[in-house]
Design a binder for this molecule. Structure first.
Ligand SMILES: Cc1ncc(COP(=O)(O)O)c(C=O)c1O
Length: 334
């Protein structure tokens, strides 16, 4: 079957096993994975989902698309992920009227999900992981995807593994997995029976076949990214740029290798002139996007980050010579 066939089921099972959870439900992309997870967890109209303003806009859009309201808490300036203290403060500001936390593992570095899980338990909230950028990243040896009530991945071409377009919801909860599987397939429970109103968010068999091959290669891709990151960090030591940190218990998978400097815009121009493809993720915080005009948010740490971060190449296809050239270009600038 070219559409939703047995290969998709195999990819779901293999990817869930890779994450150390019981169930996977493949989706058409990472955004629909988030929408599907919210739906399967019964989050929607009237609910509030707390998340980071420093992410790709899909994280917050998916919250709005399920009918819920995104609430933003500020980030930690060193990890760029949700700051657990800011999360608690924000929940208190809302008198506890928050229903879930969506934790994004930005750039491939896991958020502090152990703390966030404690906070979720204390305030009786659901925890969902947006692991779109973090396939295979770990916290205390446990892979991301296994910390939340559900977790969502993207297999977009720029991600650490790809299916062209594609995504996955993973969860240990069989009921949530069943609901998710129905939601991506028109609420179908049997060939001609539809028990819920659902979407067509299915992954194709062709994409799943690519995903199975990519999953086998993922550990080598991650290793290459980590080696490239280590060489960049060593090369950039004692320059004025801040290099990425990796807290002791976390394994970064370097979807992006993001440095920080007050002279970001000048450095970007300099790297462009040297034919080095650097990029800014993200130049505008989500709450500062025109589509979020109606949201009144204070997140000064996220806003400051948008002015100073710069991601330089770290992907598995660059070699030591490329990295030395990047390092020389950055050093030359300063
Ligand atoms: C953090 C984050 N969440 C969600 C998404 C959405 O994934 P997709 O582009 O596959 O819809 C992305 C992908 O760009 C992402 O980086």
């Amino acid at each position: 079957m070219v559409a939703d066939g047995p290969i998709v089921r195999e990819f779901e099972a293999e990817f869930a096993a890779f994450c150390g959870v019981d169930h996977g439900v493949a989706t058409s992309n990472g955004t629909t994975a988030l929408q599907t997870a919210f739906e399967a967890l019964d989050l929607g109209g009237g609910d509030r989902i707390l998340t980071t303003p420093f992410s790709f806009i899909a994280s917050a859009n998916a919250i709005q698309l399920c009918g819920a309201e995104p609430v933003f808490a500020d980030i930690d300036p060193e990890t760029y992920n949700l700051d657990p203290d800011a999360v608690v403060e924000t929940i208190e500001t809302y008198d506890g009227a928050i229903d879930a936390i969506l934790a994004v593992h930005l750039y491939g570095l896991p958020a502090d999900v152990e703390r966030l899980r404690e906070i979720a338990a204390e305030y009786d909230l659901l925890l969902i992981e947006d692991a779109a950028q973090a396939h295979g990243a770990t916290v205390s040896e446990t892979r991301v995807g296994a910390f939340g009530d559900a977790a969502c991945f993207s297999f977009y071409p720029t991600k650490n593994m790809t299916t062209g377009e594609g995504g996955m919801v993973v969860t240990d909860d069989g009921h949530v997995a069943d609901r998710a599987a129905r939601f991506v397939n028109h609420g179908r429970s049997d060939t001609y029976e539809h028990v819920d109103v659902g979407h067509n968010f299915r992954l194709t068999s062709i994409a799943a076949a690519i995903g199975r091959a990519q999953l086998e290669k993922l550990p080598a891709y991650v290793e290459a990214r980590r080696e490239n990151a280590a060489r960049l960090t060593a090369g950039l030591a004692d320059t004025p740029v801040e290099t990425p940190i990796e807290p002791a218990d976390r394994r970064h998978v370097y979807h992006q290798y993001t440095i920080r400097t007050e002279r970001r815009d000048e450095l970007l121009e300099h790297l462009d002139a040297h034919d080095i493809g650097a990029g800014i993720y993200y130049p505008v915080a989500i709450h500062e996007q025109p589509a979020y005009d109606a949201f009144d948010v204070s997140a000064p740490i996220a806003e400051a980050a948008t002015e100073e971060v710069l991601s330089i190449p770290v992907h598995p296809s660059i070699n030591e010579h490329d990295i030395d050239r990047i390092v020389d270009a950055v050093r030359g600038f300063f």
